[in-house]
Design a protein around this ligand. Structure first.
Ligand code: GDP
Length: 299
């Protein structure tokens, strides 16, 4: 919890800086409401959320004005209301086994680290996990995932750089089925800047999976770096539907002043958010708790 609050501190500090000075006024007149709305937009919460909060603050309910704590409470409540419907932990179904989770995300988004964190979280829930090093375009990505697998004592299917990811996935499902693996987590190439290439790759993986198990992949998780703000939102726009994304993990919410990106994503796309990354260690994947996050952002 401490880490989470600490993680959002820069966002709430920024929001606080943006809001401070506005509270010398006792009533929430039009000008003050305009300024609050601008402060919310500057905190990456997105124009729709900012307008909604402004409308609430401007409603008859608050015509006698609000102090800073009161405004923060309204902001926290509105944010929580936006986040609540999208908070959805990753659910592991009992059948068929293994459940297959494809993980996609641009290079540098924190995809590899998130896979390791997720594997660890599932291990702690007594699931048998196996990894597939399907980001075959980067030798470094294969190497890094192997290091995590070793550290976590998790089996991993990997091949050479430039190898065929779909065959690795095939091998993963085959071995996973034989070993009674519960969850197969598949890393994929982070070439999201090359949409056609990624789509080809994903459809090949889907074809192979479909032959082995029509329900797979059970989840397609898009990993987003919160510090990239609007860029992260663009990725949902471009890949959300076309790559069949079923849920999001937003990383690097620690030490970023852009925690509002999470709210903007929820408001605009309404896609399930499974978890958030608040650091570089294996323990730093947090279940997504809307109330906790809303309070942390509003300060
Ligand atoms: P990939 O290229 O998408 O596989 O990204 P990596 O998993 O290699 O992560 C890129 C960098 O971001 C690494 O230095 C990670 O330690 C770091 N990173 C990943 N997730 C987080 C997070 O939630 N918080 C912070 N502060 N750093 C993170």
């Amino acid at each position: 919890h401490e880490k989470l609050i600490g993680g959002f501190r820069r966002t709430s500090d920024k929001l606080g800086d943006n809001l401070s000075g506005l509270f010398t006024k006792t009533t929430l007149d039009h000008e003050t409401l305009d300024e609050i709305e601008e402060a919310l937009i500057a905190s990456d919460l997105g124009p729709a959320t900012a307008a909604k909060i402004r409308a609430t603050l401007g409603s008859a309910r608050y015509e006698r004005g609000l102090d800073e704590a009161g405004v923060r409470q309204v902001v926290a409540d509105e944010i929580a209301a936006i986040l609540a419907p999208v908070a959805k932990p990753l659910e592991i179904e009992a059948f068929p086994r293994p459940q297959v989770i494809l993980v996609i995300g641009v290079n540098g988004s924190g995809k590899t680290t998130t896979i390791a964190k997720l594997a660890h979280l599932l291990q702690e829930q007594d699931y048998e996990v196996m990894l597939v090093a399907g980001d075959t375009f980067r030798a470094a990505a294969i190497g890094q995932l192997k290091v995590w697998a070793e550290r976590l004592n998790i089996p991993i299917i990997s091949g050479k750089e430039g190898g065929d990811a779909a065959s690795l996935v095939f091998e993963g499902v085959k071995q996973g089925t034989a070993r009674g693996t519960d969850v197969l987590i598949v890393d994929t190439a982070g070439r999201l800047q090359n949409k056609a290439g990624l789509m080809d790759e994903l459809s090949k993986i889907r074809r192979v999976l479909g032959r082995l198990n029509p329900a797979a992949p059970h989840d397609v998780v898009l990993v987003l770096d919160a510090t990239t703000g609007q860029n992260a939102l663009n990725q949902i726009e471009v890949f959300g539907a076309s790559a069949g994304v079923t849920g999001l993990v937003m990383t690097k919410l620690d030490g970023s002043a852009r925690g509002g990106t999470l709210v903007a994503a929820a408001e605009k796309y309404g896609m399930p958010i499974h978890a958030i990354g608040v650091g570089e260690t294996i323990e730093d994947l947090r279940p997504f708790d809307p109330q906790e996050v809303a309070r942390a952002i509003a300060g």
